[in-house]
Ligand binder design. Structure first.
Ligand code: PEP
Length: 263
């Protein structure tokens, strides 16, 4: 039986102002305890300046706040960067690592992504690692080889990654399948495409970390998920959650997705 939680994570990217973020958090505060309602686990990934205030605002709720990126070193002369320790002390509990916009806009290599995953783990931030193929790679029928390469580069360099539940039964990391052609384009992967990729990713994890580990790992889908398609995506056996960009910027649609994806 699958005991993985359903996760709905909003990636706000470089959007919203402090007042918008705060008003949004107020609406999430009204959600109440998730366990009682069978509601999904909810995470928000705001821009770095708002992590601290949102964490404070959501402290007594079950909504988790994460960072969109981090620097692999813990401190030093890296103007404009933020370390895992700083994010943790600001209240973040999760960190996105290897989002395709970072891989492409900032030339982040698999090695750098792995270093960020290790830095997150060392500081007690839980990494949500993003992988996915471009349109060219999909059209060249290279999706599985691209995913295998991204996953094996990460697992090979991140000995601390384990999909076994933590001692307290909690999560230790998550993997997000985000086809680049679907991000921000409105071209959502069909549920069948998402399931095929997720099934493949779970097999890859099983082959490296073992069946138990693969069974425990939450796999999120990201790429133009919205209220009208979230239920069919989440209904797939290996789709455990959604990483949501555009549709998470509007509290009405994000709350609608939270309601639709509850059990
Ligand atoms: C994302 O950037 O993680 C994402 C999934 O964006 P969107 O939902 O807008 O495609």
């Amino acid at each position: 039986m699958n005991s993985r939680p359903t996760i709905l994570a909003g990636n706000w990217k470089m959007n919203l102002r402090r007042a918008d973020a705060s008003a949004f958090a107020d609406q999430l505060r009204a959600l109440g305890p998730k366990a009682a309602q069978g509601a999904p686990m909810v995470m928000l990934f705001p821009s770095a300046p708002f992590i601290s205030s949102l964490s404070d605002q959501l402290r007594h709720t079950e909504v988790l706040v994460g960072a969109q990126d981090l620097h692999p070193e813990s401190s030093g002369a890296h103007t404009g960067d933020v370390s895992a320790e700083q994010l943790k002390s600001a209240g973040a509990t999760w960190a996105l690592c290897g989002h395709s916009e970072r891989r492409h806009d900032h030339n982040e290599s698999c090695e750098l992504v792995a270093a960020k995953v290790n830095a997150a783990l060392a500081s007690g931030l839980l990494p949500m690692v993003c992988v996915g193929e471009t349109l060219e790679q999909r059209e060249a029928e290279a999706t599985e080889s691209v995913l295998a390469e991204q996953v094996s580069a990460m697992l090979g360099a991140c000995a601390g990654l384990s999909a076994e539940p933590a001692a307290d039964g909690g999560l230790t990391w998550a993997l997000a399948y985000e086809p680049v052609w679907a991000i921000g384009t409105g071209l959502t992967a069909t549920p069948e495409i998402a399931q095929q990729a997720h099934g493949f990713l779970r097999q890859q994890i099983a082959a490296t970390l073992g069946e138990g580990a693969a069974r425990a790992l939450p796999l999120l889908y990201g790429g133009s998920a919205k209220p009208s398609n979230c239920e069919s995506l989440i209904a797939q056996a290996d789709v455990d959650g959604l990483l949501i960009g555009g549709a998470s910027l509007d509290s009405v649609s994000f709350l609608d997705m939270i309601r639709r994806c509850g059990s």
